[in-house]
Design a protein around this ligand. Structure first.
Ligand SMILES: [Zn+2]
Length: 479
């Protein structure tokens, strides 16, 4: 069973209709993190429901309750659950995307109005907030559906949709919904695999499939002593200074070369296999790619695989800031009475916040004791999330790989990402099936940034990729 040619022809012929669809979606400023935009997030949910229903999808919107935002209690945007096809002989794929976006103002430095899709014909780019993250991919699925319906083509799989409007604001309410809908007769019953399109290629050249994400543990270390801020002319070399203690402690967490100094952490990291090492060696990536995205020649190593593994499969510890320290211009001679250092550790299998926390806290206490300071130490975990890794040899990935090769004539990079998309882990744990991250956009799309864009070719070829993937699942998955 392979993709009928008319599928590709239809997508090519309807390129401008598909771009219009994206323009309509981008024009709705569905910013989830700002209460004054909430009505637009709802408007966006109605837009999607209408599109899905017009294509024969059974849709249910789920009220996720209320939240407090900007000091007011407001309604959360609904989760959109859709379903089409119930053939027990077909595989059932669960799709996820989000319809909310990050904030954007022209005055932030955009070259075009952020909520008006601007097609730059010369570069072939579509500029607009949400074009790449995540309205383009979400509409890619709708384009695929439209193509099948209009051509009278039977879908090769059963589809389930889960689209949310709070992803950019912590996916509030979604975890509980997913867990509630697992079980016989529930929405997620019978799902064989999950496909999430909400990330990016590693670069701007080679498509990728993503099979891992790092987790995080975020810490706040507070040192306090004096009852109030003091003057260094009066109290310097007279009292234990919280800032001196804190700087020493923070300097004992990580070396300038990235090596983490907390004992026991390294032992938690899953060992590297030859097969996995190979995957980094063949990735289409160079040190200049990383230095270009960092904006300076500051990579930790000249060894490509080492740098990629540092980001994708090993933990990292980053120092973020010091709360309570003097940070204004000028030369104030204050001794701060209480300072809090902030740092986080990106976690990889088999690290979890639960097994990392005790190691971090014990180490900080032991190092603090060595200072013989009369100040007080307090360590808190501000938030945490587990890492996720899927089996990239699973048929779900094999199908996505074949689809990429068909559409892009290239073997996709197999990547893991340094950051987190928490819903991935929720799906993997609650449904107990393989989860695939199948991105549409490129690494330089500028999601969350000014001048976010999606290349027309990524939108159109990406639509073909999503459609081809469904056919490849039908062909590849064991019956
Ligand atoms: Zn996103």
């Amino acid at each position: 069973m392979s993709v009928p040619n008319q599928f590709y022809e239809y997508v090519d012929q309807h390129k401008s209709d598909f771009i219009d669809r994206l323009a309509k979606a981008v024009a709705i400023p569905s910013v989830s993190g700002d209460a004054s935009y909430r009505e637009h997030v709802f408007e966006m949910s109605r837009f999607i429901v209408k599109e899905l229903e017009a294509l024969g999808v059974k849709v249910r919107t789920v009220d996720l309750g209320k939240q407090v935002l900007d000091g007011q209690e407001i309604q959360l945007p609904p989760a959109i659950l859709g379903s089409i096809g119930d053939d027990p002989k077909k595989k059932t794929i669960q799709l996820y995307a989000h319809y909310d976006v990050q904030p954007a103002l022209l005055s932030d430095g955009w070259d075009h109005e952020p909520f008006k899709l601007t097609h730059d014909e010369k570069t072939g780019r579509l500029y607009g907030r949400g074009s790449s993250d995540d309205k383009g991919p979400l509409l890619g699925w709708i384009n695929v559906l439209e193509t099948h319906v209009k051509l009278g083509l039977e879908l090769p799989v059963n589809l389930r949709f889960c689209f949310e409007g709070m992803e950019e604001s912590g996916s509030e309410g979604l975890d509980d919904l997913i867990k509630d809908e697992v079980g016989p007769g529930k929405f997620f019953d019978g799902v064989d695999c999950v496909c999430i399109s909400d990330n990016y290629w590693l670069n701007d050249r080679t498509p990728c499939l993503t099979y891992g994400l790092r987790g995080i543990s975020y810490y706040k270390v507070t040192i306090s002593g004096p009852a109030r801020d003091l003057h260094s002319g009066v109290f310097g070399n007279t009292v234990h200074e919280p800032m001196t203690d804190l700087i020493l402690l923070m300097s004992r967490l990580v070396k300038p070369n990235g090596e983490i100094l907390i004992p026991g952490l390294e032992q938690l990291v899953a060992p590297l296999t030859d097969e996995e090492k190979q995957r980094y060696d063949v990735l289409d990536y160079s040190i200049s790619d990383i230095e270009q995205s960092a904006g300076a020649p500051v990579a930790l190593s000249e060894d490509k695989s080492a740098v990629l593994m540092g980001r994708m499969r090993y933990p990292s510890l980053s120092l973020h800031g010091i709360e309570g320290a003097f940070s204004a211009p000028g030369a104030k001679t204050v001794i701060p009475a209480k300072v809090s250092g902030k740092f986080s550790i990106r976690l990889v299998p088999n690290m979890t916040p639960d097994n990392v926390d005790p190691l971090v806290i014990t180490y900080l206490k032991a190092e603090f004791a060595k200072l013989n300071s009369k100040n007080k130490l307090e360590v808190e975990n501000l938030h945490g999330g587990k890492p996720w890794v899927a089996d990239p040899n699973h048929w779900n990935y094999v199908a996505a790989k074949k689809a990429t090769e068909t559409v892009y004539k290239k073997t996709p990079d197999l990547t893991r990402e340094g950051g987190s998309i928490p819903v991935t882990l929720t799906f993997a744990e609650a449904l107990g099936v393989n989860v695939l991250l199948l991105p549409m956009g490129r690494g330089d799309d500028g999601a969350h940034s000014t001048n976010e864009k999606l290349d027309v070719s990524n939108y159109i070829e990406g639509t073909k990729l999503l459609g081809t993937y469904l056919w490849e699942v039908a062909a590849t998955a064991p019956k």
